[in-house]
Structure formats: structure tokens, C-alpha cells
Design a binder for this molecule. Structure first.
Ligand SMILES: CN[C@](CCCC[B-](O)(O)O)(CCN1CCCCC1)C(=O)O
Ligand SMILES: [Mn+2]
Ligand SMILES: [Mn+2]
Ligand SMILES: [Mn+2]
Length: 305
């Protein structure tokens, strides 16, 4: 088994500086060693170099559309290459706008992929519904075929077209969903498990229903897009949009253990670790070691030896 690590030091999908330092902080928390101890051949491809485009005017109230689009075009090629070379790919963010390129590149190799989005947020605003304009809250809208007629042509994204069906996506951890996003979730009938659902059903049942929904008809590669803000802010404080009442450590680890046990994990994004937002060195360390733990768990580290 071989694992490719791809660093994506990128922050222009949102307004807070510092998330571009996420890849280094996660590496510094011992990622390569942890994965090597799991008997993976680890290929660290290093960090991508993203060009900041000079003229990049807002599109409506959306900042840096061309820079974000270009970064994702680059990332798409890198993820496609890594998956095509037979690696399980770990993409380290950077903000969650990077999922556009990561999932698109994965789909170039695995058009039948399914997507599990673990996040406090749905990230499914369109430019027309987004309260902030920030593209890290719109990533899924760029992927969904079912939203094609609701999406304007955003400059910088002409290199791609939506490819994902709403039925091939499941959300886990939602607890801060904008009104326009709620309408989209309901209209498209997207399967989601909010924190309320997790309270009612328990994480074991949530994973059972999630994996049945996605894999019962046909087993296919899994893309896991993991926003560290899915965890409770007490566990992952160094992140840009913290929301109270998040996943416990054990719930997050159970999610990734169950995904590992399918044997189908193909690409995992770990995004939104912002080292500059840790109030203390301990807060930063808690966040980065948690990121390493969920990656290791997704790749087969067990609690039972
Ligand atoms: C919930 N939607 C937000 C957050 C997106 C978070 C992106 B992620 O990658 O971290 O998940 C927030 C919009 N709110 C901002 C504060 C006022 C109310 C709207 C947005 O800006 O779209
Ligand atoms: Mn997100
Ligand atoms: Mn989030
Ligand atoms: Mn964020």
C-alpha cells in the first residue's frame, strides 16, 4: 500500500490569514512518521506552489475567484496524478475551497466516486446564496450536476464542469447551515446527518446508513473531505469558523475507522487547520495532533492494536 501526501498551502477561499500554514503544521505534528509506522510506503510530494494572480477582481461579492480557480486547476492535476499512480492520496489544506480541485482530480481517475463530507458546514452555497462570498463555503456547489442551472459562470472555473450527483454525497456533522444551503439540501434530497441526527441515532447507526446509502448498490472509491471544524472547538480550536457542539474525539475516530474498514478510501482531504488561530501552543498542538490522528485512523490505525 502506498500513500501520497500533497500539501496545499492555500487560503484565498476565505479571508483569515494563516490557513496556508496548515500543511506544514500537520507535517510538524509527525504525519509521515505515523503513516510509516502503519507499514505504508509514504510518498510526500511536498507542497504545491500556488501563484497569486495580480488582477483578480471580485465576482459579485466573491473574492479571488481566478486565484481560487487556478489553484484548484493545479490541485486537480496533482490529485489525478497521485491517484493514477496508484496511491491513496492525503491532501493537506489550506481552506476548504481546495476540495473543488481535489474531488475533480479524483473524479478524473474514478468517475464513479462517492463523497463523504465531514464538516460543521455544508459548503454548498452558490455565489447567489453565499452570505460571505467566501469560496470555502461554496465548494460542493461547484461539484454538483444538480445545481448546474443555479450556478453562474465564475471566472477562473471554466476548466471544469460539475460531475457529482446529489445521491453520491453524504454529509456528517452539520450544525451551521445557511438558509440558501438548507433549501438546496432539501430540494436536492441530499443525505445528511447533522449533529442532532448524531445525538438521536448515535455515530454507529449514522455510519451504517451512510455506507449503505453510498455503497449498497455498487462498491466504489470513497473521497473523504474532512474539515477539522467538524470536531468540537474544544478539540480543534485552531480553525477559522469554529461552531460549538461538534464531534467528540471518539465520534471522529469512529467515522474514519468505519471508512477504513470499507477498504475503499481513495482520497482524503484534511482542511481548515489554521495554526495562527490557536490561542496557545497547546491549542495548536491539540488541533494538529487531532488532524494526524484522523488521517492515521482513516488509513488503518486501530484502537485495538
Ligand atoms: C455557513 N456558511 C459560511 C461558512 C462557511 C465555512 C466554510 B468551511 O470550509 O469552513 O466549512 C458562514 C456564513 N455565516 C457567516 C457569519 C454570519 C452568518 C453567515 C459561509 O461563509 O458560507
Ligand atoms: Mn468546510
Ligand atoms: Mn467547516
Ligand atoms: Mn473555515
Amino acid at each position: 500500500h502506498s500513500v501520497a501526501i500533497l500539501g496545499a498551502p492555500f487560503s484565498k477561499g476565505q479571508k483569515r490569514r494563516g490557513v496556508e500554514h496548515g500543511p506544514k503544521a500537520i507535517r510538524d505534528a509527525g504525519l509521515v512518521e505515523r503513516l510509516s509506522n502503519l507499514d505504508y510506503a509514504v510518498h510526500d510530494f511536498g507542497d504545491l506552489t500556488f501563484k497569486h494572480l495580480e488582477k483578480d477582481e471580485h465576482f459579485m461579492h466573491v473574492p479571488f475567484p481566478r486565484t481560487v480557480g487556478r489553484a484548484n486547476q493545479l490541485l486537480s492535476g496533482a490529485v489525478s496524478g497521485a491517484v493514477g499512480a496508484g496511491h491513496t492520496c492525503i491532501m493537506l489544506g489550506g481552506d476548504h475551497s481546495l476540495a473543488i480541485g481535489s474531488v475533480e482530480g479524483h473524479a478524473q481517475q474514478c468517475p464513479d466516486l462517492c463523497l463523504i463530507w465531514v464538516d460543521a458546514h455544508a459548503d454548498v452555497n452558490t455565489p447567489l446564496t453565499s452570505p460571505s462570498g467566501n469560496l470555502h463555503g461554496q465548494s460542493v456547489a461547484f461539484l454538483l450536476k444538480d445545481l448546474q442551472n443555479k450556478m453562474p459562470e465564475v471566472p477562473g472555473f471554466s476548466w471544469m464542469k460539475p460531475f457529482l450527483s446529489a445521491r453520491d454525497l453524504v454529509y456528517i456533522g452539520l450544525r451551521d447551515v445557511d438558509p440558501g444551503e438548507h433549501i438546496i439540501l432539501k430540494t436536492l434530497g441530499i443525505q445528511y446527518f447533522s449533529m442532532r441526527d448524531i445525538d438521536r441515532m448515535g455515530i454507529q447507526r449514522v455510519m451504517e446508513v451512510t455506507l449503505d446509502h453510498l455503497l449498497a448498490r455498487k462498491r466504489r472509491p470513497i473521497h473523504l473531505s474532512f474539515d477539522i471544524d467538524a470536531f468540537d472547538p474544544s478539540l480543534a480550536p485552531a480553525t477559522g469558523t469554529p461552531v460549538n457542539g461538534g464531534l467528540t474525539y471518539r465520534e471522529g475516530i469512529y467515522v474514519t475507522e468505519e471508512i477504513h474498514n470499507t477498504g475503499l478510501l481513495s482520497v482524503m482531504d484534511v482542511v481548515e487547520v489554521n495554526p495562527t488561530l490557536g490561542a496557545t501552543p497547546e491549542a495548536l498542538e491539540a488541533t494538529t495532533s487531532l488532524a494526524v490522528d484522523v488521517i492515521a485512523s482513516a488509513l488503518g490505525q486501530t484502537r485495538e492494536g
